[in-house]
Write a protein that binds this ligand. Structure first.
Ligand code: 4NP
Length: 176
């Protein structure tokens, strides 16, 4: 799996969902922690956004914050933002949670290069099966168990993503 080449350093990753209050803030918190634990904090930047505007400025959903804190992550500082075309200039890689996010982001992309920098997070799920589930399901209308299940998927995907990201930032000198 090859990731898009970095435009510079650090390599900038954004997690993207619909509301930017449930899935993408959880995914960003998990990746941020893994990046720091791997000593890559100088080389990889992590944030998140949503394709919808309803929750702009809001904190993460309390159920997302609770699910994060049950596993030792901290989502308290998050404030929701909506993605816009400049998002593509400001990031190297956009990781979306589902096919709806993928379509919206590809439509928003200013050009083909930008569109190709949008990928499904589950591309990196080490347990993914051909024709298996492609999304991190939206837990917004669900319950605590749905948030935990989402976090299970997110943690697995981040485990799959991190070595690829590390190779990308460590190999990037030779690409430029
Ligand atoms: P998220 O969940 O996309 O994982 O942040 C949602 C949050 C809010 C809404 C939908 C999904 N909403 O319709 O307000």
């Amino acid at each position: 799996m090859m990731l898009p080449a970095p435009a510079g350093s650090p390599y900038r990753v954004s997690m993207v969902c619909l509301g930017n209050i449930c899935r993408s803030p959880m995914a960003a918190a998990v990746l941020q922690r893994r990046v720091e634990d791997a000593g890559l904090g100088e080389h990889i930047r992590v944030d998140s956004g949503g394709t919808g505007s309803w929750h702009v400025g809001d904190a993460a959903d309390p159920r997302a914050r609770d699910a994060l804190s049950r596993r030792g992550y901290d989502g308290r500082s998050h404030r929701a933002r909506q993605v816009s075309p400049p998002w593509f200039d400001d990031h190297d890689l956009l990781l979306v949670m589902d096919d709806d996010n993928l379509r919206t982001m590809r439509r928003l992309a200013p050009d083909r290069d930008a569109a190709e920098r949008v990928m499904l997070l589950r591309t990196f799920d080490p347990t993914a099966e051909p024709n298996g589930e492609r999304s991190v399901p939206d837990p917004y209308y669900g319950d605590e168990a749905d948030f935990d299940a989402g976090l299970d998927i997110i943690e697995r995907c981040v485990d799959g993503l991190l070595p690829v990201l590390r190779a990308r930032v460590e190999g990037s000198e030779s690409d430029r």
